[in-house]
Design a protein around this ligand. Structure first.
Ligand code: AMP
Length: 273
């Protein structure tokens, strides 16, 4: 991988990189298209990163379909599909990790304490292997995106991080590889996640600007659907992720909800204007 990238850099080509865990859907493909637009050489990685899963999470059962992913990524114009080997990325006695001090103390970092450390570490490793000029990430995983932006600034990576808006199913559910876990009934009920974000924006437009009332309404809407279990609903500063009490400037509303065993996340910027 590094030899390829050295060669491309030697030829003056711009390398765009899209890291994924595979089981590609339209959301991933929109990132790949953005990468295709921005770089001369487009590299897509597929790696289900064990370091970002805690024991008891879905590392083993995470959906995988390399043949289909390969075809889709190639069709969208990927020049290289990089599928690193887990044992090579994490050899015996591996012991160096990247940890951020503050951003993981919010949102998903609370219920998934090793998740962002695993993400920051694998993304650093992939950056060192792929040597991209540009890397593309989805706003769907908002906290992940800002953790990577912070890390790139803090550690002086010479990489331009590009965010891409969340792609949704026609009814509004954010696309996710994990949607494949949902039963037909859960799939219908999962719509309440997006509906709760829309409801929040509506309330705000109607003049309700205190975060607690909006969270309360969103939570009520979600709980009225069977089989839902709220992990968190937060209205917070889009940069620091610190809770906001009053929405008097753009705020991030982010939530994680379990539909049975399947944990789904979504977010939206609430804009008082
Ligand atoms: P994953 O394979 O879930 O690790 O995701 C790989 C990349 O795709 C990440 O940067 C995600 O934020 C992004 N992504 C996942 N779902 C979506 C979506 N529905 N819309 C846009 N980007 C997404």
């Amino acid at each position: 991988m590094q030899e390829h990238s050295d060669l491309m850099r030697g030829l003056g080509r711009t390398i765009a990189f899209v890291p994924t865990m595979g089981f590609l859907h339209e959301g991933h493909l929109s990132l790949i298209r953005k990468g295709r637009e921005l770089g001369d050489n487009l590299i897509v990685s597929i790696f289900v990163n064990p370091a970002q899963f805690s024991p008891g999470e879905d590392f083993e059962s995470y959906p995988r379909n390399l043949d289909r992913d390969f075809e889709l990524a190639q069709k969208e114009g990927a020049d290289v599909i990089f599928i690193p080997d887990g044992k090579e990325l994490y050899p015996r006695n591996f012991q160096t990790y990247i940890e951020l001090e503050k951003l993981p103390n919010h949102l998903c970092g609370i219920s998934r304490p090793t998740f962002l450390k695993g993400v920051a570490t694998v993304v650093t490793k992939l950056f060192n292997l792929v040597k991209p000029h540009i890397a593309v990430f989805g706003e769907k995983d908002y906290q992940q995106l800002i953790v990577i932006r912070r890390m790139v600034r803090d550690l002086n990576f010479e990489i331009n991080i590009v965010g891409v808006p969340t792609l949704r199913e026609p009814d509004g559910l954010a696309m996710s590889s994990r949607n494949s876990y949902l039963t037909p009934e859960q799939r219908i009920n999962a719509l309440c996640i997006y509906k709760s974000l829309k409801k929040a924006q509506e309330l705000l437009e109607g003049g309700v600007n205190d975060a607690a009332s909006i969270i309360n309404a969103a939570s009520g809407l979600i709980k009225s659907n069977e089989g839902t279990n709220i992990d968190y609903i937060s209205i917070c500063d889009p940069e620091t992720l610190a809770d906001m009490e009053t929405i008097n400037r753009p705020a991030l509303m982010a939530l994680a909800v379990k539909m049975g065993e399947t944990r789904l996340i979504d977010n939206m910027i609430l804009n008082p204007e």
